[in-house]
Design a protein around this ligand. Structure first.
Ligand SMILES: C[S@@+](CC[C@H](N)C(=O)[O-])C[C@H]1O[C@@H](n2cnc3c(N)ncnc32)[C@H](O)[C@@H]1O
Length: 277
């Protein structure tokens, strides 16, 4: 089988499925997509053909490409991904852009709660080498993937702690708390398409709001004056998240849209209460 015939096995020309086949084959042959297109008549050897057909089989069962090839680009980083981690999403880059636009101290202390592959913590550490970044996750195998990604990108300033939200974090104050916590309701129809990813990364009680609430309500005790909490949430949760921030007496509550114009990130500042009163 040559490369052109291999690509023809999945999807129509110009379809997303064909594009995925191209990324898969490029990964297996260790070449970029452009080089692949220039070598359409090259024959695949038996080993590569076998790997490719197995990969196509997994894709056809709905498995994300990132799990099949073991990595996913996020921000400027190529992150290793396993079945223990959520696949980082492009919309989460909106959270990174939002954070980088904030006026934070030069050596800000930052915690990324529920770090998964380390996507948020590592992207921020790569952009702000002087920030002290802590990354947490409740599941140790997930944290190992994140630690591997930190090593891969030489981001040695990031520390990791296995913790259920704030429970195991040593007492300290942060200038910034960020999180993309589980926020999908267990009954949400989208869960049917997400069955390859860990449920612990996706689902939260109270219509998906329980973890967002915990981080906001506990988080204010962990913030320096004028510190920020920046949270990713579902497209229909902005009002509820704003209300939780409001009840917890945060200031400067605002929501940012993702690249599809959906409400995606809500942030708020913990102003010095003595000054406000
Ligand atoms: C939606 S994923 C986000 C992963 C990553 N931050 C990202 O944006 O790609 C949520 C992460 O939170 C972790 N998690 C779930 N419950 C947690 C808890 N109670 N404490 C800490 N982490 C938790 C999951 O293991 C998962 O890695």
């Amino acid at each position: 089988m040559n490369i052109a015939q291999a690509l023809n096995l999945r999807g129509e020309a110009d379809s997303y499925e064909r594009q995925e086949a191209m990324w898969l084959l490029a990964h297996i042959l260790e070449m970029n997509a452009l080089a692949l297109k220039l070598r359409l008549m090259d024959q695949l050897d038996a080993e590569h053909e076998q790997q490719y057909l197995q990969g196509l089989m997994r894709l056809s069962k709905g498995e994300p490409l990132a799990y099949v090839i073991g990595s996913q680009p996020f921000w400027t980083l190529d992150l290793n991904v396993t079945a223990d981690t959520l696949v980082p999403r492009p919309d989460t880059e909106v959270l990174i852009e939002t954070v980088l636009a904030l006026d934070l101290p030069f050596s800000a202390s930052v915690v990324d709660m529920g770090t998964g592959t380390g996507a948020i913590a590592l992207a921020l550490a790569s952009e702000r080498p002087d920030w002290r970044v802590l990354a947490t996750d409740i599941y140790y195998p997930t944290l190992e993937v994140a630690q591997g990604n930190a090593l891969k990108h030489g981001l040695n300033q990031v520390e990791f702690i296995c913790s259920a939200w704030f429970n195991a974090i040593p007492s300290q104050k942060f200038d910034l708390i960020v999180s993309n916590p589980p926020y999908i309701d267990a009954e949400d129809i989208h869960m049917q398409q997400l069955h390859h990813e860990p449920r612990r990364a996706l689902v939260a009680p109270e219509q998906g709001l329980a973890d967002l609430r915990d981080i906001i309500v506990q988080g204010k005790n962990w913030l320096n004056p004028n510190g920020w909490i920046v949270l990713e949430h579902g497209y229909d949760q902005a009002k509820a998240v704003q209300a939780i921030f409001g009840e917890a007496r945060f200031s400067h509550i605002q929501t940012v849209q993702d690249y599809g114009n959906n409400d995606r990130v809500t942030l708020a500042q913990w102003c010095d209460q003595l000054v406000l009163n």
